[in-house]
Write a protein that binds this ligand. Structure first.
Ligand code: TRP
Length: 456
């Protein structure tokens, strides 16, 4: 039995790869990965992250795509379809529900960080950084954080931009944005790596990222690395499932996902290689500087580079685009569901969900000024910004991934899985299936349980 969706399919096979890469490659790679590696001991974090991408991220990503492709609908309804098909209890649909909620929660803080990038487009273009030293660049960022009204404006603008693309629908909106910007972003990051190589402390940066010091590893650090491997691949909340639903019937899931995973990892590592040499060459900066790392390290490079304000502007434009093509995938699953099941048209569905995320996002804007010291117990002694990040990356996404792996590994009929993977008789198929059945779920569960024990 083949399902048909109401939202259309990608016009080209490449559109899926580009859209999935567009969703995966975003602030997670350029902003979050470097700052988390910096806070969690560099190499130790990077190694765990790479292992998680290979043993959990990519295999589970294939599982998620194939549920979407089987169901051909929004994550909630695709889950409902495959659950019925397998004759299971409706509770499995909860994976889809949790995903829609997680998407909105992520969008809340994602939009705020993206809005910093947006602001930095103007700041670099107007030459605000030229000739400044490291301390002055840092002060610029601090003064942005201290200005909730300004942050709110940029946050609102980014939310509107996201809504605009989701409004346009599958091919016109989501596909089109990703096509041109991704390759250019890749190039821009490469140019920055070359700059760091020539002008930064490249060897210190390199050793920081790739010397695997196991004594720096803690269980919470491992959970962060694992959670980040989900975050960076857009995994565990249905985004990739929703995109998979728009995938044409004959295309190899495995090849496609490996392409996306490798591109995504490459961008993260290159971003790290661009940022850390600059950090180590400018002593007031430190790798553990936290969420501001990207926004204080790179402007220093732009301040001293020939044509720095032109290149810096271009760079932040590309970062904004990367964030944009990711944020649409945070809203799309919910929108698709409202359209299928609640008879919404695309416009009101988009506006409703973006507004919810935007409202929640205001708490993240305030996390950096008025509420920065307010860390209530019910947010586990975190600011709203940190709490939303923690709740989604370290709990909801891994749990979503765990259940997706268990579902596809243990409950979906093997013949259905073979058919949707388009992998008839492929020798690697059995290895993949074994990983999804036994390796990924056990690793995810183990890391979560050990972290829990460790935190008591
Ligand atoms: N992967 C994106 C990034 O690295 C963020 C993102 C988009 C995401 N959609 C997602 C994360 C779905 C988790 C789930 O920036």
């Amino acid at each position: 039995m083949e399902q048909r969706g109401i939202h259309g399919v990608w016009t080209h096979r490449w559109t899926f790869i580009l859209a999935a890469a567009g969703s995966a490659i975003g602030l997670g790679n350029i902003w979050k990965f470097p700052y988390m590696a910096g806070e969690n001991g560099g190499g130790a974090f990077v190694l765990v992250y790479l292992v998680c991408i290979a043993l959990i991220g990519m295999p589970v990503m294939m599982a998620e795509v194939l549920i979407g492709r089987r169901g051909r609908m929004s994550p909630i309804n695709s889950m409902r379809f495959v659950t019925r098909e397998a004759g299971l209890h409706g509770a499995w649909t909860g994976i889809g529900w949790m995903g829609v909620v997680a998407g909105l929660l992520i969008m809340a803080f994602y939009s705020v960080v993206a809005s910093w990038a947006l602001k930095y487009v103007w700041a670099t273009a107007s030459g605000a950084f030229s000739g400044l030293d490291a301390t002055q660049v840092g002060d610029r960022f601090s003064s942005l954080l201290a200005d909730p009204l300004q942050m709110l404006c940029w946050h609102s603008l980014f939310a509107l931009m996201t809504a605009g693309v989701v409004l346009l629908g599958v091919n016109r909106g989501l596909g089109a944005v990703a096509n041109y910007m991704m390759p250019m972003l890749f190039l821009a990051v490469l140019v920055l790596v070359v700059y760091s190589f020539l002008h930064g402390n490249f060897s210190a940066g390199f050793h920081f990222l790739f010397d695997f010091q196991f004594d720096r590893l803690t269980w919470p650090g491992v959970l962060k690395a694992m959670g980040h491997s989900f975050f960076t691949l857009s995994l565990g909340m249905g985004a990739i499932m929703a995109y998979g639903a728009y995938m044409p019937p004959h295309a190899s899931v495995a090849k496609t996902i490996i392409t996306v995973g490798v591109l995504d990892t490459a961008v993260s590592l290159l971003a790290g290689l661009a940022i850390f040499p600059i950090v180590f060459a400018n002593p007031p900066l430190e790798p553990g500087a936290g969420p501001g790392l990207l926004f204080v390290s790179l402007p220093i490079a732009f301040a001293s580079m020939p044509w720095g304000s032109v290149f810096g502007t271009l760079f932040f434009i590309l970062v904004t685009f990367a964030a944009w093509s990711s944020s649409v995938s945070l809203i799309e699953p919910g929108v698709a569901w409202l359209m299928e099941s609640k008879k919404f048209r695309r416009a009101p569905a988009t506006l409703l969900l973006t507004s919810i995320a935007w409202l929640l996002g205001i708490s993240c804007v305030l996390s950096f000024n008025y509420w920065s010291e307010l860390k209530p117990w019910f947010l586990l002694h975190r600011t709203p910004f940190d709490f939303l990040d923690f709740l989604t990356s370290q709990l909801m996404l891994p749990l979503g991934g765990l259940f997706i792996a268990i579902f596809v590994g243990w409950f979906m009929k093997k013949s259905v899985v073979v058919h949707e993977m388009d992998a008839e008789g492929h020798p690697l198929f059995d290895i993949w299936r074994f990983v999804v059945r036994c390796v990924s779920p056990v690793l995810v569960a183990l890391v979560m349980v050990l972290t829990l024990i460790d935190s008591f």
